[in-house]
Design a protein around this ligand. Structure first.
Ligand SMILES: *Cc1c(COP(=O)(O)O)cnc(C)c1O
Length: 398
């Protein structure tokens, strides 16, 4: 056994989150793609079967009330809230991240008192940029793409809001939420954060940093399952001014009043649109049980230790100069993934997957490895680097 493998074993033995891995369905593969689709929590299949067979099959329509279906979006929002540093009553679950980006950006411009510019993170995950462009066009605003490091200085008297990714999906760079939010506020603009790659991986502090609006998906580090519903956070003090561009009947003050005109419900509930997708929503609720007794600070500490250790193992196993890290070495700038630039990255990832190391490939030359502290072990990190070294040492890859 190599020294690094021995070190991995002792880091695993000392890991306070070690036993949380047993709350997931895993196999012998080294699964480093939880930043794309989190692994299945062991409690989900039984709960989904119960929802289908008993709640739907036997209780049928009664379940809207008796099984708590109708209030699931805000109840599950409150379950996510502590993971992103939000007090209850500010998050509703539903729709995709793309749809929630639309609600948030349009609502932000509508709340801005006539400002007509929207800034968007120039390195954003594409859907956020596409939607922000349409939201800006619809509200008569101009969209300006700016690198995240320049958003603070780019915001001016015309800026209604900026939409920024907390962690970059490709490089794993963590953007400085507290200082960018503060700078936007001093320019009189709203801060809209996309938490897709940070929620469940690191502390976010929505309330303490005064974030205005936020969105995120639940199928990455929150392990909610493929296509699990996303969420929108609406800061308490903005809720009465939040004017949704998708005022569906679920966001009505009296949904069963069946009124001809829309009157928004109080609170974050006004972010709801139509009938919630109960099966995936309740799968998500069951998935969130893996967080019982888990502190997000412990998750962050392990995430940084895992990514540090993986980077050390990569330097030990991969010949110098063959890969370079796009992910910052500074902890303050790192999310919970490592992105390595590598020639023939698509072929290299296919070979890794064939050998049981599951990461993913992003165009044009990026290998992504996601570290989910709830179930990724230090041994996983070491094995992945060792297999990567052996693939890259092979004929045809150098
Ligand atoms: C994963 C991800 C999305 C996904 O959007 P959907 O509408 O849920 O498909 C959006 N934005 C970012 C930043 C992401 O990482």
């Amino acid at each position: 056994m190599s020294d690094l493998m021995r070190e991995a074993a002792s880091l695993d033995a000392a890991d306070p989150l070690r036993s949380v891995r047993d709350r997931f369905v895993l196999d012998d593969a080294v699964y480093l793609d939880g930043n794309s689709l989190g692994a299945l929590p062991a409690g989900v299949p039984g709960r989904v079967a119960d929802v289908v067979e008993r709640e739907w099959g036997r209780l049928r329509i009664r379940s809207w009330g008796e099984s708590g279906w109708w209030t699931a979006p805000e109840r599950i929002g409150d379950r996510i809230a502590p993971l992103v540093g939000a007090a209850p009553g500010q998050i509703v679950v539903g729709d995709s991240t793309s749809v929630n980006v639309f609600k948030a950006v349009v609502a932000a411009v509508r709340m801005s008192g006539g400002r007509d510019e929207v800034l968007v993170d120039g390195t954003t995950f594409p859907t956020d940029g596409y939607i922000a462009e349409s939201a800006a066009r619809m509200t008569g605003a101009t969209l300006r793409a700016v690198p995240p490091s320049e958003i603070a200085s780019a915001a001016g008297p015309r800026t209604a809001a900026a939409l920024v990714n907390h962690v970059d999906y490709k490089t794993g760079r963590l953007n400085d939420l507290p200082s960018i939010t503060a700078a936007l506020h001093s320019a009189g603009a709203l801060a809209v954060w996309d938490l897709c790659h940070s929620a469940g991986a690191l502390p976010v502090g929505l309330d303490s940093y005064g974030v205005d609006l936020a969105v995120g998906c639940t199928y990455k580090y929150l392990n909610g399952g493929p296509g699990a519903p996303a969420y929108v956070y609406i800061r308490k003090s903005l809720q009465s001014a939040f004017d949704s561009p998708l005022p569906g009947w679920n966001g009505h003050a009296e949904p069963f009043g069946m009124r001809a005109s829309f009157e928004a419900a109080d609170g974050a509930v006004r972010g709801r649109v139509g009938t919630p997708d109960i099966l995936s929503m309740l799968a998500l609720e069951a998935a969130l049980e893996v967080w019982d007794g888990v502190e997000i600070a412990a998750v962050r500490a392990k995430s940084l230790a895992l990514t540090d250790f993986f980077l050390r193992c990569v330097s030990a196993f991969v010949p110098a100069g063959v890969v370079s890290s796009l992910t910052p070495f500074e902890h303050a700038e790192r999310g919970s993934q490592v992105a390595l630039r590598c020639a023939d990255a698509g072929k290299v990832m296919a070979e890794l997957i064939g050998r049981g190391v599951i990461g993913d490939f992003r165009e044009p030359d990026v290998l992504r490895f996601g570290f989910t502290p709830l179930y990724t072990s230090f041994e996983d990190a070491c094995t992945a680097a060792r297999v990567l070294g052996s693939v890259l040492g092979q004929e045809g890859f150098r």
